[in-house]
Design a binder for this molecule. Structure first.
Ligand code: ZN
Ligand code: ZN
Length: 423
């Protein structure tokens, strides 16, 4: 039998030592008997998921870690989110990733994610109202707005002319660097005006359409019964849409199966990872939308993986859990979720697999240090276990990986070719 690859990305798992964890990082602090077993004979290292100096958004990082140089392939997160959410996109359509957020009347952002308490059902009803009631008039254009998971959404605007992606974000927590979406720590959390990034008329029109959408959707949201009900219960209102990561075409990725002569399947729940996997030519294994219960979601994911195990050679598994507490600055919870994933996902996986017949790679798409509450450019831990034999360690964490035999890998894009070489 051919050796299989299980490539597991723990979203935002990388971190820094934390005083609330006795100076340990969440990976180091977490109780992880199953990963400890894996790491015993593994090859370890640290990896910059894009490159040094880039604190990537997940889409940029995932592209890179799947072997697509984001500087060459990336066309903005918006189009990938739209594709992953099933919205058709033609060249010249403007797609942006959106957050439902909470703003005060003067535009100060009170919470970029509505306190993470907006359900997908509430978001979907608010989204329907926006689609029905907002009309764009500053230039002939129509749009599709679609909520995805929780506070997340995507907006696609189409016009009689090709629209431009050379525009700024209204979300102050992200910026563009060398054309890529990166995390930034804003001086002031305020809804920004969308501005053209060049002098072209299409960029001006595109920015204007985003601003018009922002103002008009805000009026609908503020008075919507869902928000009035939330306010009466003391919950934050989802009263503004923040936009970021504009793109006006889909990236053209080479087919990963053809390139490496394998069959890849993806197990992920977020539209952005699903979108990238589909664009790369992977099969997407159907798993139910995330419940917010990391234990249950991990169990469902490992079950789906084992069901599909015979049908594919390689599996890209994206586990969202550790990123959110990183953004919320909750190191204890982050460590706890890593423990839960270790038990519910890795525990079941190790019970079912013969480690001599598969390669298991565990890493992260980026670090989300709790003390920053944002993504950073820190290199993340990497372990390659299973059918390869390495020096190993007693724990999978930043410090053991730092002294691992793989050393410091400078570019995430080199990892997949390396793994394919080991298969
Ligand atoms: Zn991520
Ligand atoms: Zn994140």
């Amino acid at each position: 039998m051919r050796t299989k690859l299980i490539y597991i990305m723990l979203d935002g798992a990388g971190d820094r030592p934390s005083p609330v964890l006795n100076g340990k990082t969440p990976l180091e602090y977490a109780n992880t008997p199953n990963m400890d077993l894996l790491v015993r004979n593994a090859k370890l290292g640290l990896i910059y998921t894009v490159k040094r100096g880039i604190a990537p958004e997940s889409d940029v990082a995932v592209l890179s870690m799947l072997g697509y140089d984001p500087f060459k392939y990336h066309t903005g997160r918006g189009p990938i989110e739209a594709y992953g959410a099933g919205i058709p996109l033609n060249d010249g359509d403007l797609a942006v990733r959106c957050n439902f957020a909470t703003a005060s009347p003067n535009g100060k952002i009170l919470d970029r994610r509505v306190g993470r308490s907006l359900s997908s059902e509430e978001a979907s009803i608010l989204g329907e109202a926006i689609n029905r009631l907002v009309k764009l008039e500053s230039y002939p254009a129509s749009f599709t707005f679609k909520s995805t998971i929780g506070h997340r959404a995507v907006l696609v605007i189409r016009s009689t002319i090709p629209l431009s992606s050379s525009i700024t974000n209204t979300d102050p927590s992200y910026a563009k660097l060398e054309g890529l979406g990166i995390a930034k720590i804003p001086l002031e959390l305020k809804v920004e005006e969308c501005k053209p990034l060049d002098d072209s008329l299409t960029s001006k029109i595109s920015a204007q359409l985003i601003n018009e959408f922002t103002v008009k959707s805000r009026l609908i949201l503020e008075e919507h019964p869902i928000n009035l009900k939330r306010a009466s219960k003391g919950l934050l209102k989802a009263n503004i849409i923040l936009t970021r990561d504009a793109g006006n075409r889909l990236p053209k990725l080479f087919n990963i199966n053809e390139r490496y002569k394998v069959r890849f399947a993806c197990l992920a729940e977020m539209p952005v990872e699903i979108g990238i996997a589909k664009l790369a030519g992977m099969d997407v294994v159907n798993i139910p939308p995330p419940t917010g219960n990391v234990k249950l979601d991990s169990e469902l994911k490992v079950k789906a993986l084992l069901n599909a195990y015979r049908d594919f050679d390689c599996f890209y598994v994206h586990i969202k859990g550790p990123d959110e507490p990183g953004h919320d600055g909750d190191a204890k919870l982050k460590a706890e979720l890593i423990s839960v994933i270790d038990e519910a996902f890795f525990g079941e996986l190790l019970k079912a697999l013969n480690l001599n017949e598969c390669l298991i790679c565990v890493t992260a798409d980026h670090a989300t240090p709790c003390d920053l509450r944002a993504h950073s450019d820190d290199p993340v831990p990497l372990m390659i276990a299973g059918s390869v034999k390495g020096r190993g360690a007693s724990k999978f964490c930043e410090s053991t990986c730092k002294s691992g035999e793989l050393g410091l890998l400078n570019r995430g894009v080199d990892l997949i070719p390396m793994l394919m070489g080991l298969l």
